[in-house]
Design a protein around this ligand. Structure first.
Ligand SMILES: O=c1ccn([C@@H]2O[C@H](COP(=O)(O)OP(=O)(O)O[C@H]3O[C@H](CO)[C@@H](O)[C@H](O)[C@H]3O)[C@@H](O)[C@H]2O)c(=O)[nH]1
Ligand SMILES: [Mn+2]
Length: 726
């Protein structure tokens, strides 16, 4: 091979199964056309109630078809990327760029310091030159418990990092490693390191339990003095402590190797200033890190997302540093995987199909969204730089910038960058850094980066890059989806709507591909209609679908069946189980009727100026009996919530509807022809809701439906049935 021939650092391949996907999509499209023809042709002319319900159903079907069309566009092409890390090391050797890792935490009571420490240790232990690695923890909880945990992490890293390097252990979160490793790599050292970790964990957990730091520990580090003034979570000065200064020749592990830099940061918080949640935290991190290490690549992870693959940085660099295609890439997104999922994933948290297939589609269309965690950014792009075609990075030059100030001086000079007033009348939160004002700051930021001309890419290596904690109760999951769908809808209704904002900036396909996500919440109306009206019409004797003896029933059946069968096929192909798929279907129904519905309403309130932005942080721990039920895959209802009122009422309604229908069929079997499809729809809904009935009527544990919800839902459902029948 000639010497200067370009050898790519990564390759792009078409995802298999495109022809199957396209043929199924085409056939579904055809069937949808027939459904529409039927709806127009047979629209009932006379009876008012009948005509109205029919029109409503038709509108819902138009919506579903439109939505389906968007998802099909998003998936029409899809690619995956194959990085070659050995080529990276061969080509760049020691000239690798600095990487700054940002870990965000917000609340020590639901994000245990011990978990944060594990995440931090896992990213400190990346297989990457430690002099080029800096880890920043942003603590929006401003908690000395978390600070203490970080002091401990700095200490443990001195044995943990050499241990990881020596034995090439994976994963590099000590907790996950000792939980999953089957046999000790080296009995003696294994035992020693394990004991050190266990001791540290016990010390941290003890302080967390006491909710305060005992005096003898406070004396160990000057940083604790910052809490002497008596600060609260929402009102405190900036706390910045460089726990390990990577430049310091004394900062070495037990074997004398250098350690990565480790920084604790709690930005200033004052009640009278908006802090913009995670987006605000990230922007402070960007500024502070620019003074301390200024790595040209930034990795962002949530505090529960430990690194599960010590080579992820190198994978991402294969994209950024590729001579031909790398310079236009602003961020490289890894999927969001979880390590606390049960076999059948009761709450559909795995995003299996989305992450194995949809994101590849986005990648082919111009780039995946930024999803907040497991994402590598090019610092310049994140800070607002526009891409232009002559942009070419000189990685070598980037490496020769040196910071001279001492750690102590840096701690003082950087404080102003983390103060509440710093951003006043600047472009931060608008054109610079993460965008403010949306509960999904990540997605809107990714979009705005892409609209500045950059591309993004998706990497899903065989060994999972990051593992986090998925919600462990139904309510938490629904609350999380409410935040997401609300954030997305707000983006859609703002100036950042991909269709308009991206006009002439990103390809039409990418503009369209954002829509299925942005419009999650908008699904609620059509779904609620489909869940409520056919059932009530059944009781009233209004037929909404073609007779099953007629050919017109075929397209309806085909759309429903093939669409779901294909989805099941994909789900299993992506490694899911049949029951997992059923759970996923149930969750998508639950999300649509509750999370999306509330998100939809709240977005309207917000547009009218009635509600404040919020970010409900997902709890990463739970009581023992809750987590025991989670592992038994029992759906957790437990607490009273308006979301459960809705779920239970809809479930009861369809149950009564089915009872009514079965009674009528027994009295007169001929109606099965006329109402066949409608009865089937009700029965499918009843099947999906089986766990709800169980929670309403049969369960005895603390996770059953609260009695108040049971009564409310039965009364409401009965009322609705009565009104429908008379
Ligand atoms: O005021 C805040 C609120 C949250 N966080 C952190 O943001 C992260 C995400 O919060 P979490 O409650 O875990 O939300 P998830 O729904 O799991 O997060 C997903 O969705 C969020 C947007 O809704 C993104 O910010 C996240 O990166 C993405 O993983 C966590 O590390 C928090 O500590 C802060 O730093 N400051
Ligand atoms: Mn999370």
């Amino acid at each position: 091979m000639p010497k200067n021939e370009y050898v790519p650092l990564f390759e792009t391949r078409q995802v298999k199964g495109r022809i199957l996907f396209r043929s199924v999509a085409a056939s579904i499209f055809l069937a949808i056309c027939f459904v529409f023809i039927y709806r127009v042709k047979f629209l009932p002319a006379e009876v008012r109630a009948e005509r109205l319900s029919w029109i409503g159903l038709f509108l819902s079907e138009i919506w579903f078809s439109f939505y389906w069309f968007l998802t099909a566009v998003c998936r029409w092409n899809s690619v995956h990327r194959l990085p070659y890390i050995h080529r990276l090391s061969q080509r760049f050797g020691k000239e690798l760029p600095g990487v700054d890792v940002f870990v965000c935490t917000a609340d020590a009571s639901i994000e245990p310091p011990c978990m944060v420490v594990n995440t931090v240790l896992s990213v400190m232990a990346y297989d990457y030159p430690p002099q080029k690695l800096s880890i920043y923890l942003s603590d929006d909880g401003g908690s000395e418990l978390t600070f203490y945990a970080m002091v401990e992490a700095a200490e443990l890293s001195k044995t943990w990092l050499p241990f990881c390097n020596k034995f090439k252990v994976e994963p590099r979160s000590p907790e996950a490693y000792f939980r999953t490793a089957s046999e000790p790599v080296d009995v003696k050292e294994w035992g020693l390191v394990k004991k050190q970790y266990e001791d540290m964990r016990m010390r941290i957990e003890a302080t967390t339990k006491m909710n305060r730091i005992p005096d003898h520990i406070r004396k160990q580090h000057k940083g604790f003095r910052e809490w002497d003034l008596g600060s609260s979570k929402h009102d405190h000065q900036t706390i910045l402590q460089i726990l390990i200064d990577g430049r310091d020749s004394n900062a070495v592990d037990v074997e004398g190797n250098p350690l990565p830099t480790l920084v604790y940061l709690a930005r200033e918080k004052r009640p009278q200033y908006d802090h913009h949640f995670k987006a605000g935290a990230m922007n402070v991190l960007i500024r502070v890190s620019s003074k301390i290490s200024n790595g040209p690549i930034i990795l962002n992870v949530d505090c529960d997302m430990y690194s599960n693959n010590s080579e992820s940085i190198k994978y991402a660099l294969c994209i950024f540093m590729d001579e031909e295609k790398g310079d236009e890439v602003a961020f490289v997104q890894f999927p969001q995987n979880f390590d606390n999922l049960t076999r059948n994933d009761s709450y559909g948290s795995s995003f299996r199909v989305a992450q194995k297939l949809e994101f590849q589609g986005l990648d082919a269309n111009g780039g995946p969204c930024y999803i907040g965690t497991g994402c590598f950014h090019r610092r310049e792009a994140l800070c607002g730089k526009k891409y232009d075609r002559n942009y070419k990075v000189d990685w070598k030059k980037l490496n020769h910038i040196k910071v001279e100030e001492s750690a102590g001086l840096l701690e003082e000079t950087c404080k102003v960058l983390a103060s509440c007033s710093f951003e006043h009348e600047t472009a931060w939160g608008k054109e610079m850094g993460l965008v403010y004002g949306f509960p999904v700051e990540d997605v809107v930021t990714g979009l705005s980066i892409q609209c500045r001309g950059w591309k993004s890419m998706y990497l899903d290596p065989e060994r999972i890059g990051f593992l986090g904690v998925a919600p462990i109760t139904l309510l938490q999951s629904l609350v999380q989806h409410k935040r997401w769908s609300e954030g997305h809808l707000q983006i859609f209704l703002s100036k950042y709507c991909s269709l308009l904002y991206g006009y002439k900036k990103i390809p039409l396909k990418l503009r369209l591909a954002y829509c299925p996500y942005n419009l999650w919440a908008a699904n609620c109306l059509a779904t609620l209609y489909y869940v409520v009206v056919p059932c009530l019409c059944l009781l009233k004797g209004i037929s909404l679908f073609p007779r099953i003896s007629r050919l017109w029933a075929l397209p309806f059946a085909y759309v429903a069946f093939s669409h779901r069968a294909y989805s099941l096929g994909e789900f299993v192909w992506c490694g899911g189980t049949f029951r997992g798929w059923c759970n996923d279907q149930r969750m998508s129904l639950f999300k649509r009727t509750t999370s999306y519905f509330f998100a939809f309403c709240e977005t309207i309130f917000k547009l009218l100026g009635y509600s404040q932005p919020a970010f409900v942080v997902t709890a990463k721990i739970a009581d023992e009996d809750i987590s025991e039920r989670y592992h038994r895959e029992l759906i957790e209802f437990g607490a009273a919530s308006p979301k459960f009122d809705i779920l239970a009422t809809l479930a009861a309604l369809n149950l009564f509807g089915s009872f009514g229908a079965i009674k009528n069929v027994i009295l007169d079997s001929k109606i099965i022809d006329q109402f066949g499809l409608q009865i089937l729809l009700c029965l499918v809904l009843v099947t999906i809701n089986l766990p709800v009935y169980q929670a309403l009527f049969f369960r005895e544990d603390n996770g059953k439906m609260p009695t108040s919800v049971t009564y409310k839902s039965i009364i409401l459902a009965l009322l609705a049935c009565t009104v429908a029948m008379y």
